[in-house]
Structure formats: structure tokens, C-alpha cells
Design a protein around this ligand. Structure first.
Ligand code: UD1
Length: 430
């Protein structure tokens, strides 16, 4: 299995352009089965995107990547199910459910299991689809979902603004009969990007007031071309990489307004920020200051995906910082790995107390999840000595060429392939 070897203490300095948002591209790729063909630009080259293309191929679509653009030609859909191995490749394959039902009137998927962030139930996805006319039966670990009488509009009030459930409702209802209204919908930028994509394909969706989405079903979507928004979490990660190494960076091709909740927190740590239309520069010349209380919230609040990168910065702060994780039950697994590098972190339930230390030291650590893994790289960049970061497959789900980009920015980071483990793994799978 591949790992990163980092010799820490180099400053991160320079300019980085941000790639397209994985979490926007994935539901858009699912929505591609509703259009005869489409071209999706600014699609990052990541393992999760490959997993989505594998699902599209299984369903009967042709996909083709040229640079950062992916062309999807629907042709005739030949399968309306997602086999278990494809579901397991990526937890967010659940977002294909709404699109497949809309296209085929039927879908069969395996129940997505728990994941590294704790249990990730899909009750809101399923109860919402039922309101749209879907009958759901459990069958030996699979869900048989059928809309025999056709999908129809409905009024759906979400008890929690789930991102995935909102996306599934949008995908299932955009070609349903009549109007669907989602109250308390998620309003992450990635949701607005999905809505834009569907509208570019002839859909009729509007966002009324802050958290109500109104979907007027249309008979069919047309072919279209779409440009995916930049990845706000990747932008935050590079900003934190510069901050944690007392460096300076210009992050370009991004949308500063998408990370409005994070910028004041970075300022609180002492970072000097300058905001441009599509870029942000950051400099930190001193030890970071602690942050009072970071509470993760649905957008436009502080994003749960930014909790781990910010925590990397807090490990070196001049004082104690408090984090309260309100979105996922089990999102502090990286903390135990940071402690191996000399960080002082106490976790109790949803609260993490980080007492800043003067120095971190290199250590062997393991990625526990995507953002947690990236935050270990940040700690390693700042630490004295060598760190080996294992299980970087988690990181490759969401960061394109992370080690190449960080090297260009001054880091000493190399990817190493442990061939012994690789062979053992292949044998175990075989
Ligand atoms: C998406 C993002 C993920 C981000 C998260 C929150 C993708 C591919 N992933 O995940 O990076 O961290 O939004 O911003 O876009 N819940 C239920 N029942 C449901 C659905 C969700 O209880 O049916 C709970 C979840 O367990 C979790 C919370 O709601 O505790 C948030 O989940 P949700 O907003 O759905 O996140 P995802 O779509 O899974």
C-alpha cells in the first residue's frame, strides 16, 4: 500500500490553483444518466470519480476523460442496479439511487454500510423517495426500489439538511410529474452546482428563500455542458498547509465566498489574509493563536470537512482550542494519530480540546479518512523529522496530486510504494 514520507519543517510558499470539487462532480455524474449526453469540465482526477465512472459504465453509459473534462454518453441503459462491490468502492454511490429510479423507474442497490466517520444512515434518502412514489423493499442486504406508478412531486420537510438526501430528491424529482418542494434543504455550494447543471440541461429548479428548493418536473433533460465549481475543502487544506508551516500562499481558481465561515477562523489564528474575486493569499509569520470554539454546522456554517485541517493548525497554537463536531458522530479519529506526533488532544464525544504545543515531531501514522488523512500530512509538514503516512488511498479519494503540488510549494514529501504489502493485499483479494 502506498504511503507518504515527509521530512518536516519546510515552509510552504508559492501559488496553487484549485481543482474541481469532488462532492459537486459526483452527483452531477449521477445526473448525467438523465441527459442523452453531456460534457462535464473541471472534473478532478480522483479515485472517487473513477468509482463514479465505473458505475456509469456498468449502467451502460460510455464515459471518456480528456484532461479535466469527462464526456458521458448515455446510450441505452442496460442495468438499473449497482452491484455491491461498486457500492462499496465509494459511500456516496448512494447518490446514484435517485437518478437511476428517475431513469429506469426501478433501482436495486446494496445497503451502504458504516464508514470511517461512523454510522451513515440513509433513512432520510429513503423516506423522501417514498414521498415521491417509490416503494422500497429490503432483500438480503439489497434495497429494491420501484416507482411502478411513476414518480410524482411531493412536499418534503427534511428534519436535518442532509446533503446526500437533498441531492437524491433533486435527481429523482427533476423529471417527475409535478412540483416538489424541499423544506430545510441542504444548501452547500455543491447542491447549487447540481441545480445549475440540471437547469443547463433544461430542468426547472429554483432556490426560494434560503433553504427551500422548488423543483418543477420536466418531461426530460437535454444534452448539456457544465463547468464544476472549485473544491472549497481543497482550498482550505492548502491555506492551512501554508499556515501550519508559517509560510505564505496564493490559492487561485477558487471561490472565497464558499469558505466565508472559515476565513474569520484563520484570521483568529493570526493569519494575514487578502481576498480577491477568485483567489486568497495567506501569510503567517508567528506561532498560531488558538481558536475559541469551532462548531461544525451545515452550510453556511463551519464545514465538518474543514475541522481536521484546522485542528492540524491548532496543535501548534499558543493556547487551547475547542472543537465541537455536530455533523458526524465519529470524526476525530485523526486526533489519536496527531497525538503520535506530539499533539495534545483530548476527545470526549463530540468535543475535542486541543492544547497547543511548541513543536510536533515526525512519527509513523495512518490515515483514518479523507480529510483526517490530509490533516496528518499538514502536521507532518510542520513536524521536526520524518513522518511516514500510511493508507494514503483515503487522501487520493479527494486530493489530486497532493504530494506533487506540495513539493512544488517547498515541501519535502515523497510517495513510496510498499511492494511487499501490495503483493500481500493482492493475494488476500485474489
Ligand atoms: C456530504 C459530503 C461530506 C460532508 C457532508 C456534510 C459528499 C460526497 N459528501 O456527505 O464530505 O462531510 O456532506 O457536509 O458530498 N444523516 C442521517 N440520515 C440520512 C442522511 C444523513 O441521519 O438519511 C446524517 C448523517 O449520519 C450525518 C449527517 O446526517 O450525521 C450529515 O450527513 P449528510 O449531510 O447526508 O452528508 P453526506 O451527504 O453523507
Amino acid at each position: 500500500m502506498a504511503s507518504f514520507v515527509v521530512q518536516g519543517s519546510n515552509r510552504i510558499s508559492g501559488e496553487i490553483s484549485i481543482h474541481g470539487a469532488k462532492n459537486a462532480a459526483l452527483p452531477i455524474l449521477a445526473g448525467a444518466i438523465l441527459c442523452p449526453d453531456c460534457i462535464i469540465h473541471n472534473c478532478p482526477d480522483l479515485s472517487d470519480i473513477t468509482a463514479a465512472r465505473n458505475i456509469l459504465s456498468y449502467l451502460g453509459c460510455e464515459t471518456h476523460r480528456e484532461g479535466n473534462s469527462i464526456t458521458v454518453k448515455r446510450g441505452g441503459i442496460i442495468n438499473c442496479d449497482i452491484p455491491d462491490p461498486l457500492m462499496r468502492e465509494m459511500r456516496s454511490s448512494i447518490v446514484f439511487l435517485g437518478a437511476i429510479i428517475a431513469r429506469c423507474g426501478f433501482a436495486k442497490i446494496s445497503m451502504p454500510g458504516g464508514c470511517e466517520l461512523g454510522p451513515r444512515p440513509i433513512d432520510l434518502h429513503l423516506s423522501s423517495l417514498e414521498k415521491l412514489g417509490v416503494q422500497i423493499e429490503e432483500d438480503h442486504g439489497y434495497l429494491n426500489c420501484s416507482a411502478a406508478g411513476g414518480l410524482h412531486g411531493a412536499v418534503i420537510s427534511l428534519p436535518f439538511p442532509s446533503v446526500g438526501a437533498t441531492e437524491n430528491i433533486i435527481l429523482a424529482s427533476c423529471t417527475a410529474q409535478g412540483e416538489t418542494v424541499i423544506y430545510n434543504a441542504a444548501r452547500e455550494p455543491e447542491i447549487l452546482d447540481l441545480i445549475q447543471f440540471i437547469n443547463e440541461a433544461g430542468g426547472k429548479i429554483r432556490v426560494d428563500s434560503d433553504s427551500t428548493i422548488i423543483i418543477q418536473g420536466v418531461p426530460a433533460l437535454y444534452s448539456c455542458e457544465h463547468f464544476v465549481i472549485p473544491d472549497r475543502i481543497v482550498a482550505i487544506t492548502y491555506l492551512c498547509a501554508a499556515a501550519v508551516t508559517k509560510g505564505d500562499i496564493l490559492v487561485t481558481n477558487m471561490r472565497p465566498e464558499h469558505i466565508a465561515a472559515v476565513l474569520p477562523v484563520l484570521e483568529e489564528t493570526g493569519c494575514l489574509l487578502r481576498q480577491y474575486d477568485d483567489a486568497i493569499s495567506l501569510r503567517l509569520d508567528r506561532r498560531p493563536k488558538p481558536v475559541k470554539n469551532i462548531r461544525t454546522m451545515p452550510y453556511p456554517g463551519f464545514p465538518t470537512d474543514a475541522q481536521a485541517p484546522l485542528m492540524a493548525l491548532s496543535t501548534l497554537a499558543e493556547g487551547s482550542s475547542m472543537y465541537i463536531e455536530n455533523i458526524f458522530e465519529n470524526r476525530y479519529k485523526h486526533a489519536a494519530e496527531m497525538v503520535r506526533m506530539g499533539a495534545k488532544i483530548k476527545v470526549e464525544g463530540r468535543v475535542a480540546l486541543v492544547e497547543g504545543v511548541k513543536k510536533l515531531h515526525g512519527a509513523p501514522v495512518e490515515c483514518t479518512d479523507l480529510r483526517g488523512g490530509a490533516s496528518l500530512v499538514l502536521c507532518a509538514l510542520a513536524a521536526e523529522g520524518e513522518s511516514r503516512i500510511e493508507k494514503i488511498n483515503h487522501i487520493q479519494r479527494g486530493y489530486e496530486d497532493l504530494e506533487v503540488n506540495l513539493s512544488r510549494l517547498g515541501a519535502n514529501i515523497k510517495r513510496s510504494q510498499d511492494e511487499r504489502n501490495e503483493t500481500e493485499e493482492e493475494n488476500a483479494q485474489g
